[in-house]
Write a protein that binds this ligand. Structure first.
Ligand code: 3PG
Length: 218
């Protein structure tokens, strides 16, 4: 599982999406959870980790993982502004995921040299992200916005785009998404359930990660 140093330090959005079939979407409530959680996911074979900027400790968690678990590639999720992207970079994030797309977030990530997976839910948003050079996109919220049927429709006009569907994706339906030619990976929070994080049930998180790591892509 040795990770090429350049990929670890500065992965492209394509490399972030291709590394494993699932990117865990992580919500951490305490800094103490960050390092053992990252080690538990790594033990299951998942190293691209999206820590969402949804809790007051998120940046501190990113910093702890970046320092103490160098085999992991930690990214920041829920990035909504240029300031969020700058704070994430300062904390040591190696990539950024956003729930939607704005030119300001796109420009900030480019200026920072950070890979960005911009969130899109419509054709116009795909076109806006493409205009700015982004072709590896997060489809969010995937289930609510049309699921696999939407991705099949997009594979006509947007067949040069690869997606990471996220939002409502589970261990049960991930395979249907991963079988599609325009899906590189999926994202989801099911690998790091809140109750397992609070209880410190790292064995459960490793098991969920190892089951996710072997999901087949089409
Ligand atoms: C996200 O932020 O990408 C989603 O909230 C994750 O969605 P899920 O909890 O349905 O996996």
């Amino acid at each position: 599982m040795a990770l090429n140093n350049e990929i670890a330090q500065r992965p492209t959005a394509q490399q972030v999406m291709q590394d494993a079939p699932v990117i865990p979407v992580i919500v951490l409530g305490a800094v103490e959870e960050a390092v053992p959680m990252a080690r538990a996911l790594l033990a299951g074979g998942i190293r691209m980790l999206e820590v969402t900027l949804r809790t007051p400790v998120a940046l501190a968690c990113i910093e702890a993982i970046a320092k103490e678990v160098p085999e992991a590639v930690v990214g920041a999720g829920t990035v909504r502004t240029a300031a969020d992207a700058q704070a994430a970079a300062l904390a040591g994030a190696r990539f950024v995921v956003s729930p939607g797309y704005t030119h300001a977030v796109g420009k900030a990530c480019r200026d920072l040299g950070l890979a960005l997976l911009p969130g899109v839910g419509t054709g116009s948003e795909i076109m806006m992200a493409q205009e700015d050079g982004y072709t590896a996109l997060k489809f969010f919220p995937a289930m609510q916005a049309g699921g696999t049927a939407m991705l099949k429709a997009w594979n006509g006009p947007f067949n040069d785009v690869k997606f990471c569907p996220t939002g409502g994706v589970t261990a049960q339906n991930a395979g249907e998404f991963l079988a599609l030619p325009n899906v590189a990976c999926v994202g989801g929070s099911w690998l790091t359930p809140g109750d397992a994080l609070v209880a410190g049930d790292w064995t459960r998180i490793t098991r969920l990660a190892s089951e996710a790591a072997v999901l087949r892509r089409g």
